[in-house]
Write a protein that binds this ligand. Structure first.
Ligand code: PBG
Length: 331
C-alpha cells in the first residue's frame, strides 16, 4: 500500500532495474532459421525479408561458422529444390543425396556442436506447395505421415540432432519417434511444431522457398486450413501440445510468435518439456519495413520483442533476428 510501497523505487536507475529484471535473453535462447539453395556461391536476398538470404551450401557452411562464433547453438534449415524434383509424393524429401541431407552432413562436419534441426514437411517438395500428399483435393493424413517418417529417418541418417515436423498431420510425432527408435536413432530428438496456426504471417517464408499453395493443373486447397490451426482457438493448442508430448516430442513449438503469446503461456503452463516459439517471417518483415520507413527503432523493437516472447514462456526462440540480436547482445 502506498506510500509503504512505492513501486518506482525498483525503477530508479539502471543498476536496480537490471538487478530485479525477471527475464533476460542471450544467444543461448536462439535458433536461426536458414534457407539453402542449390548451386555454388549463391547468395540471394529474400525481397520481403531484408538481411535474410537463400545461400548455396558452401556459403551456408561459412555462415554457420560465423553464427557459432557469435554463440548461436542451433539452426532450423529449409531447402529450396528445383521444380523438376517436385511431385505429389515428396519422394525427393528422403533422397539420401538430396540437398537437405547434404546440408545436414556439411553443417555437422564443419561445426559439430551446432544443433541442426531440419524442417520436416513436404511443401518444398510438393508440386502443389502443400505440406502433404493430395488426393481428391484433400491433404491426406496417414500417407503423408508415412512420407514424413521416411524423411525424418533420412535426416537422422544424415546426422540431424533434432527433426522438426512442421506439417500438423495427426500422429506424426509418434510415427517418427517409433521409426527413429527402430533405426537406432535413440538420441535424435523431435521438436514438434505442435500449435502451428494457419497464419498469413508466413507469406515471406513462402516467397523464400517458392512454396505457396498453387494449383498446378488440378484444383487443390488454396490455404492450409485443413491441417494448420484456426487462429481463433486456444484450447486446441493445449490439446495439440499435450498430445505431441505423449507421442514423444522432446520440445513443442508455438507458431507464430507475437500475436500468439497467450498461447505460449497457456502451453508453457500445460507441458513439462521446453517450449519454443517461432518468431516468423512476417513478423520479421513488419519490423524491417517499419524501420526502413523510420517509423520504429529497429534494434530496440527487436530486443523488446525477443524479451516479450521469452517472458511469455519461451525457452527457445526461432528467429530471423538471431544473428543481429547476437551481435548486439555480445557488445
Ligand atoms: C513449412 C513451414 C512454414 C514455415 C515453417 N515451416 C510455412 C508454412 O507452413 O506454410 C513458416 C516459417 C516462417 O514464416 O518464418 N511447413
Amino acid at each position: 500500500m502506498y506510500p509503504i510501497q512505492r513501486n518506482r523505487r525498483l525503477r530508479t536507475n539502471d543498476s536496480i532495474r537490471v538487478l530485479v529484471r525477471e527475464t533476460t535473453i542471450s544467444t543461448d535462447d536462439f535458433i536461426f532459421p536458414m534457407f539453402i539453395a542449390e548451386g555454388k556461391d549463391v547468395k540471394v536476398e529474400i525481397p520481403s525479408m531484408p538481411g535474410i538470404y537463400r545461400r548455396s551450401l558452401d556459403l551456408t557452411v561459412k555462415e554457420v561458422k560465423e553464427l557459432w562464433d557469435l554463440g548461436i547453438k542451433a539452426v532450423n534449415i529449409y531447402v529450396k529444390v528445383s521444380d523438376d524434383l517436385k511431385d505429389n509424393t515428396g519422394k525427393e524429401a528422403w533422397n539420401p543425396d538430396g540437398l537437405m541431407q547434404q546440408s545436414i552432413k556439411a553443417i555437422k562436419d564443419a561445426v559439430p556442436g551446432m544443433i541442426v534441426m531440419p524442417d520436416v514437411a513436404l511443401d518444398p517438395y510438393s508440386i502443389y506447395g502443400h505440406d502433404g500428399i493430395i488426393e481428391n483435393g484433400y491433404v491426406v493424413n496417414d500417407a503423408t505421415v508415412d512420407a514424413l517418417t521416411r524423411m525424418s529417418v533420412s535426416h537422422a541418417d544424415a546426422g540431424a540432432d533434432f527433426v522438426a515436423p512442421s506439417d500438423m498431420m495427426d500422429g506424426r510425432v509418434y510415427a517418427i519417434r517409433k521409426a527413429l527408435e527402430e533405426t537406432g536413432h535413440h538420441n535424435v530428438g523431435i521438436m514438434s511444431y505442435s500449435a502451428k496456426y494457419a497464419s498469413s504471417f508466413y507469406g515471406p517464408f513462402r516467397d523464400a522457398l517458392d512454396s505457396a499453395p498453387k494449383e498446378s493443373g488440378v484444383p487443390v486447397p488454396k490455404d492450409k486450413k485443413t491441417y494448420q490451426m484456426d487462429y481463433a482457438n486456444r484450447t486446441e493448442a493445449v490439446k495439440e501440445a499435450l498430445q505431441d508430448v505423449e507421442e514423444g516430442a522432446d520440445m513443442v513449438m508455438v507458431k507464430p510468435g507475437l500475436a500468439y503469446l497467450d498461447i505460449v503461456r497457456e502451453v508453457k503452463n500445460a507441458v513439462n518439456v521446453p517450449v519454443s516459439v517461432f518468431h516468423v517471417s512476417g513478423e520479421y518483415a513488419m519490423v524491417k519495413a517499419a524501420a526502413e520507413k523510420g517509423w520504429l527503432d529497429h534494434d530496440k523493437i527487436m530486443l523488446e520483442q525477443l524479451h516479450c516472447i521469452k517472458r511469455a514462456g519461451a525457452d527457445l526462440i526461432s528467429t530471423y533476428f538471431a544473428k543481429e540480436a547476437a551481435i548486439l547482445l555480445n557488445k
